[in-house]
Design a protein around this ligand. Structure first.
Ligand SMILES: C[S@@+](CC[C@H](N)C(=O)[O-])C[C@H]1O[C@@H](n2cnc3c(N)ncnc32)[C@H](O)[C@@H]1O
Length: 351
């Protein structure tokens, strides 16, 4: 149980390796990271006993940027028949689990395997329950079985309060038919990721105001409007008529890097495709300058050293706020709906 398995977007294995290696070094857990390009996962092999457990105890999953899901455990070979018997044998050494997720990697092979998982899950669940290895209890760790093929599975575990919110870190969000663009799902996922559901009524409420920089055609504005907010949409491009018809949107054809509201607003969101340093500077400007209380901003990452660049920008933001004694919570995650990008959420804590 001493390897940490980390799922990610295919192509970001290097970022996950860099990130987990740095985090492990910071807390003094010895080991090495490896990840095959385009495999959609990386492993951190701990070279000291209990290393995997310590990593998961001392790191908060939501603070990691590139991993979509994690589990500590090991790969186990499965026979052609009686896979359940072999799994039961293996699980005899492990604690009783409170829930079970079957997972695959986010690749074409993984997609094909998910049909196998669907068929396998029912009989497996039944057998584990019957053997007393699985009882429904949210307080107990979750058993995460990640299939690499029908013959090989990573038998892993994670504490339910410190792992992805959804199997494989993939939220099943329904595209709202009235939304003007698919990127609407990015902002919806950001809210699920960064704002606890029980706080939505107070932090995303209908009496709030929002600004959407780079708003056209309006996928993100749609999400703010859906919560009942009054929105200023900034973009030279056109906004969907359906949004303008709500009467909740003011469209300004001005430069989003220059324009500021006369009165502070509750939310600023920004999806402009620009150099990440420029979008990060917007965050500093809006949050630090008191123009908004919370912000969601996308950082596009076309360069090679993507983890290093994100870290550098987040550090610069943190240092800048600390220097001005401004209290801000900063979170950053590569969301499932993000491509070559990450999403940052900042919130002023002192206003
Ligand atoms: C990826 S699109 C935004 C999509 C939008 N979030 C949605 O969900 O429909 C980026 C937008 O940023 C706008 N943009 C680029 N530079 C800008 C700037 N300096 N000020 C305002 N908008 C800008 C572009 O016109 C484009 O419409």
């Amino acid at each position: 149980m001493n390897t940490l398995l980390l799922h990610c977007r295919p192509g970001f294995e290097g970022e996950v390796c860099a990130e987990i290696s740095e985090q492990a070094a910071l807390i003094g857990v010895a080991g090495y990271a490896k990840g095959k390009p385009a495999s959609a996962y990386a492993e951190f092999v701990c070279t000291e006993p209990g290393g995997g457990e310590r990593l998961m105890r001392e790191l908060r999953f939501e603070r990691l940027i590139f991993p979509r899901q994690w589990a500590r455990g090991e790969f186990v070979a499965l026979p052609e028949s009686d896979r359940i018997g072999v799994l039961l044998q293996h699980l005899a050494e492990l604690p009783v689990f409170g829930s079970l997720w079957l997972e695959v990697f986010d690749t074409n092979d993984g997609k094909e395997l998910s049909n196998f998982c669907k068929k396998f899950e029912g009989p497996l669940r039944k057998a584990l329950t019957k053997a007393g290895r699985l009882v429904e209890d949210a307080g107990k760790p979750r058993l995460l079985l990640t299939f690499r093929s029908g013959r090989e599975v990573f038998v892993g575990m994670a504490e339910t309060g410190n792992q992805a919110l959804w199997p494989m870190g993939i939220p099943r969000l329904k595209f709202p038919r009235e939304a003007p663009s698919r990127s609407t799902l990015k902002l919806e996922e950001a809210w699920h990721q960064f704002i606890p559901r029980e706080q939505w009524e107070t932090r995303l409420s209908g009496d709030m105001t929002g600004v959407d920089l780079g708003a056209s055609p309006g996928g993100w504005t749609y999400q703010l409007v859906r919560r009942g907010m009054l929105v200023t949409a900034v973009d030279n491009g056109p906004m969907a008529e359906s949004l303008m018809d709500t009467g909740l949107v003011t469209h300004l054809m001005v430069d989003g890097f220059v324009w500021k509201p006369r009165q502070p607003v509750d939310w600023m969101v920004c999806d402009i495709v620009e150099k990440p340093a420029r979008n990060a500077a917007l965050l500093d400007d809006w949050i630090g300058g008191g123009h908004c209380r919370e912000a969601v901003v996308n950082l596009k990452l076309p360069m090679k050293q993507r983890y290093a660049e994100v870290k550098r920008l987040l550090q610069r933001l943190e240092d800048g706020f600390a220097e001005r004694r401004i209290k801000v919570s900063i979170a950053c995650k590569q969301l499932y709906h993000d491509r070559e990008e990450v999403t940052c959420h900042l919130r002023r804590l002192d206003r």
